[in-house]
Write a protein that binds this ligand. Sequence first.
Ligand SMILES: [Zn+2]
Ligand SMILES: [Zn+2]
Length: 322
Amino acid sequence: MALSCQSVEETIAGILARRPVLGPVLNMFAPLLTARAALPQTLRPLLEETTLRLPEMDRERAAQGFPLLAEQPLTGIAAPLRAAAETILPLLEAQTVTRPHMDGLRRMFAVPQEEDAARERTAALEVLAEGMLNEKTAVLEKAAADAGVPLPVLLFAFGFILGPVLRALVLMRPGGDGKDAPWNADGAWRHGYCPVCGSSPSIAYLDRPVFDEKNAFLAGGGGKKHLHCSLCGTDWVFRRGACPFCEKEGNDVMEILRETKDARGERVDWCTQCRTYCPAVDLRESTGTPDMDVQAIGMLHLDMVAAGKGLHPIHPAFWNTF
Ligand SMILES: [Zn+2]
Ligand SMILES: [Zn+2]
């Protein structure tokens, strides 16, 4: 994430200082979250050896709602996926959900001795990655059946492996995913799903005022809303009065749900039209910029309040489906 200042560990420590009750869940996922955050840097040289690059943004296609990686061949992605799996799979072994399925998961990423079999396995990984980015349910179901792994388990595990590879691709483009990324150009991307990979956001944040340090004047008032992709970690600007799920817009569409005391900008933004919510943090009301992937899990208490109100998470995940 472009403006991430705190590491995974610092963010976890900050959350636990205020909400020790989240200790078991955050500590259980800490090694996975730490590894995922470090992987894009490690994977970069491997990706540079492939022909895989993030396509340039085509404003017309973007206006039609196509994310950059939609309908793109992902030839060459198997090697970086296998490298990511080498780090992630041993950590998944410690998780209750994935532990019983490790044989099937390992088989997916292994390279068989026999050449034809190896080629087939490589092609299957590319097809799976493309299936994930284009929401091809039949492809995903087939991959799960072939591996002998339940589909939700496959999606959970594969997300931790594909996510850092996509993240590395985003960071490789000139300018990375900074404020000047083409999807943040005025009106270029107006959707509530990721402009790069098409996944739903796991969290939103409102930014702080921007000061021009050289000239000591206020360059931006802050309070702009950004959504953070649950899979590839891209951030993009989104309209505050619009629902990222049903995309309805208006003065009375979005409501805010806050904790009464010591909220530090943490809240849930929910849609009165479709009753979908997205956790959000207003950075103007807090100090430090958390790692957004960790922060999303750290708002579990608000997920529970939202569930109690009959609201649905925009990004259903292991920590917010009760
Ligand atoms: Zn994404
Ligand atoms: Zn809505």
